[in-house]
Ligand binder design. Sequence first.
Ligand SMILES: Nc1ncnc2c1ncn2[C@@H]1O[C@H](COP(=O)(O)OP(=O)(O)O)[C@@H](O)[C@H]1O
Ligand SMILES: Cc1cn([C@H]2C[C@H](O)[C@@H](COP(=O)(O)OP(=O)(O)O)O2)c(=O)[nH]c1=O
Length: 688
Amino acid sequence: MTSPGRSTARRKPPHVLANAPFRKLWTAMSVCSLGDWLNLLALTALAGNLTAGEDYRTQSLAVGGVFVMKLLPAIVLAPLAGAFADRFDRRLTMFVADLSRFTLVLSIPLLDANYQWLIIATFLVECVNLFWVPAKDATVPNLVPKERLEAANQLSLLVTYGTAPVAALLFAMLSVAGEGLGSLIPYFAERDTHLALFVNALAYLISAFLIFTLRDIPRSNVAGVAAPSVPRQIAEGWQFVRGDRLVRGLIIGMLGAFAAGGAVIGVAKIYVQQGLGGGDAAYGVVFGAVFAGMASGMFFGTRLLRGLSRRRLFGLSIIVAGPVLAAIALIHNLAIVVLLTVLLGACAGIAWIIGYTMIGLEVEDQLRGRTFSFLQSLARVTLLAVVAAAPMLAGLYGSRDVTISGEPVYRFDGSNLVMLIGALLAVGVGLLSLRHMDDRKGVPIIADLIAAVRGEQPEAEHAEASRGVFIAFEGGEGSGKTTQSRLLAIWLRDQGYDVVQTREPGSTKVGMRLRAILLDAVHQGLSARSEALLYAADRAEHVEKVILPALYRGAMVISDRYVDSSLAYQGAGRSLEQEDVARINAWATGGLVPDLTVLIDTPPSIGLTRLGGAADRIESEPMEFHERVRREFRALAAAAPDRYLVVDGTLEQEAVSRLIQDRVHEILPDPVPREAEDITGTMPAIRD
Ligand SMILES: Nc1ncnc2c1ncn2[C@@H]1O[C@H](COP(=O)(O)OP(=O)(O)O)[C@@H](O)[C@H]1O
Ligand SMILES: Cc1cn([C@H]2C[C@H](O)[C@@H](COP(=O)(O)OP(=O)(O)O)O2)c(=O)[nH]c1=O
C-alpha cells in the first residue's frame, strides 16, 4: 500500500532493464530471436541449395515447404503449448526447450541432413518454440512490476522484430565467411549454410545457459495466462471491428501491406538465386532490406510529410508499394532490387505504424487489447498463407524465357509473377483503404502531396463539407448574436432550408461539461492557456459531432460564436500569442472556416447593460478586457472583408436582421439538392 502523502509514490520507477532478472531474460530473448531469424534464413537457403540441381518448380516447392513447417505449428498447436506453460515449471520448460532446439538445429549440419530431415527438424524446432514463447511471456509479469509491464512488452517486441535485419546481415556475413572458410577447411567447401546453422544452434545454447542461471522465475504458475486460440481470437476480434468503417479500412490496408512484404520474403530465395544469380549472402541482404526498410518506415514514417493527412499517407504508402514491388519483380539487378526492397519495406512500415497508432486512438480502451491481438493473429495467418502460397504458386508457374526471333531476351519466372500479383494486390488494397477512410474527399491527393512536400499547411480537411453553408455569428456580450442567429434560422427554414442552429461553448455532451467549467464563476483563476485549450476542445467536439455531419448532408449551419471568439477573448482579451491560439484552433477544427462570419459590433458599454442575471466568469471581466475583445473582432473582420459582414449592433433588431438577410442571400445555395431536382424536374420550393 502506498500512503498518499509519500513523495516516493510519484517517483518514476527505474527503467525496466535496470531490473537484473528481467535483463537476463531479455538477453536470452534477444539471443533466441536472433537465432530464430538466422534459422529461418539458413533453412530456407538450405532448402534452395539442396534442390539446386532440380527444376525451378521443385526448388520453389522445397523452399515453400520450410515456410509452411515454420508457421503451421503456431496456428495449430499454440493453445496446447499455452496451457503447458501454465502447468509446468517455466524455467525448466524454457531450459529444456532451448537444449532441444540446440540439438535439433545442430543435427542438421552434423548429419548433413537431406531435405526430409530438414523439414522434420524445422517442424520440431517450431513445436519446441511453442513451449518456449508462452513460458517466457508468462514469466515477464513475474519479474517486472505492473507499471513497467508495458515497457517490458515493448522491449520484447523490439527484439522480436528488431533482430531480423541484424540476423540477415549476420547471415550474409556468415555465408561469405563460410565460403572463405571452405578454402581452408574442406568440410565447409560445399556447405554454404552450415556456419550459420552452427551459430544458430549456439544462440539456443547461450539462451539455455542464461535461463539456467535465472533463479528468480517462480516454479509454479501464479496468474494464468490462458491465451485463446488463433481462430478464436480472429472470430472474436472481427465482432469488434466489423461495425467500424475506419478500423476496417485500416486492417485491410495493414494486412495488404503485410501480404506484399510476405510475397517478397516467400520468393526471395528463389528469386535471388534464379533471377539475380546471387548466393546466400545476397539472399540475406535482400531479406534484411525488407526489415531495414520496415524499421526505417516505422521510425521516420510518422515524421514524414507532416502536412499530409495520416489517412491519406496510409493509403498512399500501400499504393506506392505496388509499383515498387513490380519494379523489384521486373528489374533483374541485385543492387537495384536491394534499394527498391528497402523502399518497399519502408512503405509497409509506414502503413503499419500509422495503422497501429490510429487503431490505438480509435478503439476504446477496453477493446484495444482484443483488437490488437486480433490484428496480430490475422497478420500471422496472412503471413503464413502468403509466405507458403507464394513459392508454391511460383513453382507451379515455373520459368519461361521471353524470346524475340528465337533468342531468349528475358526470363520471366514464377517469382516474378508472384511479385507482380503482390504489386496489383497492394495497389488494389491501397485504393480500397483510401476510399474507405479518406478524410479529405474533394481535395485532389496530388495537390495535397505537393503542399505537404513543400511543407505548406494543408488546405482545410473538409473541402467535401462545402456542400452545406457555414455561417458564424461573432460579437461581444449582449451584442445580439443569439437573437439574430435565431431570426436567421427561422428565415432560412421558411425558405425550405435544412438549418442547424448551434452555439459555442456547449453544444455537445462533452461540450456541456466544458461549458460548465469555463463559465462557472467559481472557477476564477483558470489559467489563460487552459482556458484557450478548453474552448478549443469544445470546438473540436462541436465541429466533428455537430457542424461537419450537418455540412456533409448539405445543411445550413449557424453557429453562435466560433474560432474568432477565441482569437478575441483568449488572444486579445487574455493576451495570449495570437498565433498560438490560431494554431491550436486550426488543429482542433481541421481548418474548417465559416463561409460567412457575421460580426455584430456593439460597444461593450451597451451590450453588457443589455444582459440580465448574474454575470458569468467572462462577463464579469473589467471593461478594458471587453474593449480589447471588440477591437480584435473588428481587426479580424477588416483583414478578410470577403468573409465578414459587420453590422452595427446598436441598430434596431429588425434593421440588423435585414442587413444580415441581404448578405446571406448572396451565398444561398439552391435549397433542393440538384440530384433531386434532376429526378423530379420540379422547381425548387423557394418562397420570397
Ligand atoms: N438590436 C438590439 N437592440 C436592443 N436590444 C437588443 C438588440 N438585439 C438584442 N437585444 C437584446 O439584448 C439582449 C442580449 O441579446 P442576445 O441576442 O442574447 O446577445 P448575445 O447572444 O450576443 O449575448 C437580449 O435581451 C435581447 O433582446
Ligand atoms: C466560444 C468562446 C466563448 N468565449 C466566452 C465568451 C462568452 O463570455 C462566453 C460564452 O457565453 P454565452 O453565455 O454563450 O454568451 P454569449 O451569449 O455572449 O455568447 O464564453 C470565449 O472566451 N472564447 C471562446 O472561444
